[in-house]
Design a protein around this ligand. Structure first.
Ligand SMILES: *Cc1c(COP(=O)(O)O)cnc(C)c1O
Length: 391
């Protein structure tokens, strides 16, 4: 395998006929050539013999084999030619801005992940004269109306975080490409098990691998995937310039986590559906949003295009903050935890929302984000039920 050549079709490409379950376990991880080891070794070398580095440009840092392995694995699973691993999801997101700055206009979903809102609105605005519009993607006319002559990027999330809107990627990609706009899809809450956005017309797929890709709440990591050689080259160059390389230990853990992605996503989505139905029928709950429920506005799209409806439920308890806190403090199995989701352990939190954000999104107060894990659903429902009894 020639790891360093950019122009040949990567292993990811050859793997296109394999199912995701097989790719999760095999892609990017042949037995290690020098020893035959079946598990990818953690390679920590930061120096590389001269003869192995000649295909890199001056601006490119050679990659250690553990990082390469993760990149090939994710590229294969997302059906892209290339993937670039970053030390966090946010680092991956920021790298994409490099492609279109300065002076660009960007169209983003109204309830885009709050952490991404900072580079979209604050950082890039002051540094690079970037402007952004936040729109509701469920009405396709909003997309057409928001496009300006300097619009360079449309940014979607497969399941938006936290409102779980599910935009039609194919429809939006057609509009984007008519105007030479790059379509970026953040597939963090979806994962390639649920949908492969590149096959629906996305140009770039980004991940916070911190979440479902790794799946165990013990790694901070991001990935950018694309099949466009120019985007790949620019992003790799940016990564080297910014010294934005991931840590091989984390890559090893993410590779290990990926081996069970399909099992985790299947189990978590099944659990999520059971929990969503339970919450929906509960008299103390007045708002449940889960893309697998027929009353979700994008249910038909989810049924048609996706493997399942994901593992996150957004919901609300009747009443106010006090009711929410009583519920929180009564949970026994489900963790109330911040700054993560997408692990095998179920986690509930109230997604931090600024007032302005809440107003633009017209979000109800005190919504809860429930990242459903891989426990037995009866135990999860029992825990929800006994905690709701205390409200
Ligand atoms: C968490 C998250 C990110 C940011 O990822 P980090 O790895 O925490 O930097 C980006 N997008 C979405 C949708 C997320 O949920």
């Amino acid at each position: 395998m020639d790891h360093n050549s950019l122009d040949h079709d990567r292993e990811a490409h050859e793997n296109q006929n394999l199912n995701i379950e097989t790719l999760c376990i095999h892609a990017g991880q042949p037995p290690y050539p020098s020893t035959g080891a079946l598990a990818m070794p953690i390679s920590l070398s930061t120096g590389f013999e001269y003869s192995h580095t000649d295909s890199f440009s001056d601006l490119e840092r050679p990659l250690c084999s553990t990082v390469q392995s993760l990149e090939e694995l994710i590229a294969a699973c997302e059906s892209t030619k290339y993937a670039i691993a970053f030390p966090s999801g946010l680092a991956a997101i920021c790298s994409v801005f490099n492609l279109a700055c300065p002076g660009m206009h960007i169209i983003v979903g109204i309830d885009v992940y709050i952490g991404a809102r900072y580079p979209f609105s604050k950082l890039t605005n002051t540094m690079d004269n970037v402007s952004s519009d936040y729109i509701d993607f469920s009405n396709i006319e909003n997309v057409r109306n928001a496009i300006k002559p300097n619009t360079k990027v449309i940014w979607l999330e497969t399941f938006s975080n936290p409102l779980l809107n599910v935009p039609d990627i194919k429809l939006i990609s057609e509009i984007a490409h008519q105007h030479n706009i790059i379509l970026v899809v953040d597939n963090t809450l979806g994962t390639p098990y649920v949908i492969k956005p590149i096959n629906h017309g996305a140009d770039i797929v980004v991940h916070s691998a911190t979440k479902f890709i790794n799946g165990h709440c013990d790694v901070l990591q991001g990935i950018v995937c694309t099949s466009d050689l120019e985007i790949y080259r620019k992003t790799r160059e940016y990564q080297s310039l910014m010294a934005d390389s991931p840590n091989p230990f984390d890559c090893y853990l993410a590779i290990r986590g990926m081996k069970t992605l399909h099992l985790r996503m299947k189990k978590s989505a099944k659990n999520a559906m059971k929990c969503a139905l339970f919450l929906k029928s509960h008299p103390k709950v007045d708002f449940v949003r889960y893309p697998g429920l027929p009353d979700h506005p994008n249910y038909e799209y989810v049924k048609r295009e996706m493997r399942n409806a994901g593992a996150v439920i957004t919901w609300r308890i009747k009443g106010g903050e006090e009711e929410m806190k009583n519920f929180y403090y009564s949970l026994k199995i489900i963790d109330v935890a911040y700054a993560s989701l997408g692990g095998v352990k179920s986690i509930i939190n109230d997604p931090w929302l600024s007032k302005a954000y809440q107003e633009t999104c017209q979000l109800p107060n005190n919504i809860l984000r429930f990242s459903v894990g891989c426990e037995h659903y009866e135990d999860l429902i029992h825990d929800l039920s006994q905690a709701l009894d205390k409200v």
